[in-house]
Write a protein that binds this ligand. Structure first.
Ligand code: S3P
Length: 184
């Protein structure tokens, strides 16, 4: 754990692709008057192309290396709300950096709810391309253990963006008051 106070630590949102990390992250950032960092967007800016093109042009390995550098760098900054890609926690170094420097919220959406979104996601997510529904379901469940390393879980089924964001903000405020009652 670093020496940054709990109130100043950055918040990281994790979860399977398409659960709403970017949209919810933006809403949380607005409610807490913080800057929002979307790691996929940062990678996209660096390469000037979306992740699906980066996978094709440079390969997944380059994408994952860039993702690792950017997340580790962002985690060291204070007062950010950071959304990381659904595959980021596959890398031990990323998980460890986030766990030690930030407060991690896992956005937990059930498979049944997630699969209703599939048509919106399939074209932009290289990891889903070429897979049938059974293979995607397997990937969904295979990935769940990596998200178990978090500080707080939000079950997002049947909640709208604002409800999830409010839940995150309220639980942060509760934790800040309990663990740093004098505002430090
Ligand atoms: C990935 C998830 C994507 C993006 C890339 C790889 C993954 O982010 O980082 O396409 O391996 O799960 P989202 O979780 O924001 O979709």
């Amino acid at each position: 754990m670093n020496d940054v106070s709990l109130r100043e630590q950055s918040i990281v949102l994790i979860g399977f692709m398409g659960v709403g990390k970017t949209t919810i992250g933006r809403a949380v950032a607005k409610k807490l008057y913080r800057d929002f960092v979307d790691i996929d967007e940062e990678i996209e800016k660096k390469f000037n192309m979306p992740p699906s093109e980066i996978f094709k042009e440079y390969g997944e390995r380059t994408f994952r290396e860039t993702e690792k550098e950017m997340i580790i760098h962002s985690c060291k900054q204070k007062l950010k709300i950071i959304s990381v890609g659904g595959g980021a926690f596959l890398q031990d170094e990323i998980r460890e950096a986030c766990l030690s420097d930030c407060i991690i919220f896992f956005l937990d959406l059930s498979w049944d709810s997630w699969k209703e979104r599939i048509s919106l996601l399939i074209d932009s997510r290289p990891v889903l391309q070429g897979k049938n529904i059974d293979q995607i379901e397997k990937l969904f469940y295979d990935r769940q253990p990596i998200y178990e390393e978090h500080h707080s879980r939000v079950i997002t089924d049947n909640l709208v963006v604002d409800e999830v964001a409010d839940y995150i903000v309220d639980s942060l405020k509760t934790a800040w008051d309990i663990y740093e009652p004098n505002g430090k």
